[in-house]
Write a protein of this length. Structure first.
Length: 194
């Protein structure tokens, strides 16, 4: 997830992403082209680590003005590819963050929309960051990891019984005072007539 100020020029700064073994940046982002990041393809393990050792991604920020004006957020999500059957369909084994298999539920903890077979851990669902890539292109019954339908809270708000009790007692006291005032007025009116 990238949040850069949307300005017409790159005066505030540029974020460059370098992949291991490349001299030129894989992607350069600033305020004018931040929308390109939404179509950023998923980087495979071969792209991140061409030599098979440790993945190497360097993210470099070059600021041209005051650092306080160049606010941005970077979220890195590692996705799992679900294995496929011989017919090309996704296997029904359950992939969990701990790597255990539960046979009673199909899929993974959260399967990203689309037919790429990408999977994220359940702890990343409804965390405020869109972790599944390119979810805007998918049109179907499967929700993204941050869709409103999925992240709506189903529990009712808690009632503070102290406030409810205080309000009820206050209303009862007000009614009692009103009754006393009416009774006194009636008594005075009756006494004045005699």
């Amino acid at each position: 997830m990238w949040n850069l100020p949307n300005r017409s020029a790159c005066d505030d700064g540029i974020v460059d992403i370098f992949l291991k073994g490349r001299l030129d940046p894989y992607l350069s982002i600033c305020g004018e082209n931040v929308s390109l990041v939404k179509e950023l393809p998923v980087l495979s393990a071969a792209e991140l680590s061409p030599d098979g050792i440790e993945p190497g991604v360097t993210i470099q920020f070059i600021g041209r003005t005051s650092p306080t004006r160049a606010a941005f957020t970077i979220a890195w999500t590692e996705l799992f590819h679900l294995p496929r059957n011989q017919d090309g369909s996704l296997m029904s084994s359950r992939l969990t963050e701990g790597g255990t298999v539960e046979d009673n539920v199909e899929g993974c903890e959260f399967a990203c929309p689309g037919d790429a077979g990408l999977c994220i851990p359940a702890r990343l669902v409804c965390n405020g960051v869109v972790n599944c890539p390119n979810v805007t292109d998918h049109k179907g019954p499967v929700f993204s990891d941050e869709s409103a339908e999925l992240c709506v809270s189903e529990h009712s708000p808690e009632i503070n019984w102290i406030y409810v009790g205080t309000a009820v007692v206050s209303v009862l006291l007000l009614l009692c005072c009103l009754c006393v005032c009416l009774c006194r007025r009636c008594c005075r009116y009756c006494c004045d007539d005699d």
